[in-house]
Design a protein around this ligand. Structure first.
Ligand SMILES: [Mg+2]
Length: 245
């Protein structure tokens, strides 16, 4: 028997950067510190970060510096990135903010029965947790589950992991059509639709509305300012079909 809760379980997976919050000018110093700590020389070039996972960014950045096998260095990098971001909590608050409507959207969804909210983000779990807590956005997000940039290189894999973890932790059976990813880039959208999950695009960051739609977003919002519209979009794209008997 399926353990679907009354009204149908739903899993809402939020992207972090430029979907829920905005931070400018912190990644570079964090990466510089971690790179120096792990590699022992200064960072010269940083790989493209938009919509990418930390694992991918580390791997590509190392290639730019002539290091072809990143795997043995990844754990050390994740720890160094975590230390570097933890020591910059004040800088995070100084250079960032919660995007308008993000907190209200999280609050509103927390009131909907059967909804579990977590994240699928390119950030490592530690960095995501630091950022979200810096702006008070972690209250309704289950960060014990989710998919993170230290789990895999490809977004689609993070979405799969996030669903597996949420199902195990919450005793839910959430079919893919009741999983929705909310994100600002075509990478976020592709990570959802590649698995058969739904995607809601928010044109507040990396990709424009057309790009998000072309990637497969069922709905594209300009931002999260209209809480009722956000909730409507997330519930409509994961609409509960005929009840299971
Ligand atoms: Mg993003």
């Amino acid at each position: 028997m399926c353990a679907v809760t009354a009204g149908g379980g739903r899993l809402v997976l939020w992207d972090v950067d430029r979907t829920l919050l905005y931070v400018e000018g912190v990644s570079r110093p964090v990466y510089e510190e971690a790179f120096l700590a792990v590699i022992g020389r200064p960072l010269e070039r940083l790989a493209d970060m938009a919509g990418r996972t930390d694992r991918y960014i580390i791997t590509e950045t190392l290639k730019l510096h002539g290091v072809s096998d990143a795997d043995p260095l990844l754990e050390g990098f994740y720890s160094a990135l975590g230390r570097a971001v933890r020591s910059r909590r004040d800088l995070l608050r100084e250079r960032g903010f919660a995007l308008p409507g993000a907190e209200e959207a999280l609050d509103a969804l927390a009131e909907v029965p059967g909804v579990v909210q977590s994240v699928v983000t390119g950030n490592t779990r530690e960095i995501a947790t630091e950022k979200l807590s810096a702006f008070g956005l972690d209250t309704h997000l289950d960060l014990e589950v989710g998919g993170y940039g230290d789990d895999a290189t490809v977004r689609g894999e993070l979405v799969r992991l996030a669903r597996d973890r949420a199902q195990r932790a919450h005793g839910l059976d959430v079919p893919w059509e009741r999983v929705v990813v909310v994100g600002d880039t075509a990478h976020d959208v592709a990570g959802a639709v590649d698995n058969g999950a739904r995607a809601v695009g928010v044109a507040s960051g990396g990709s424009g509305p057309d790009e998000l739609r072309e990637a497969g977003a069922a709905v594209v919002l300009a931002d999260l300012c209209d809480t009722a519209a956000v909730v409507r979009a997330l519930l409509a794209t994961t609409a509960v079909g005929p009840s299971r008997r």
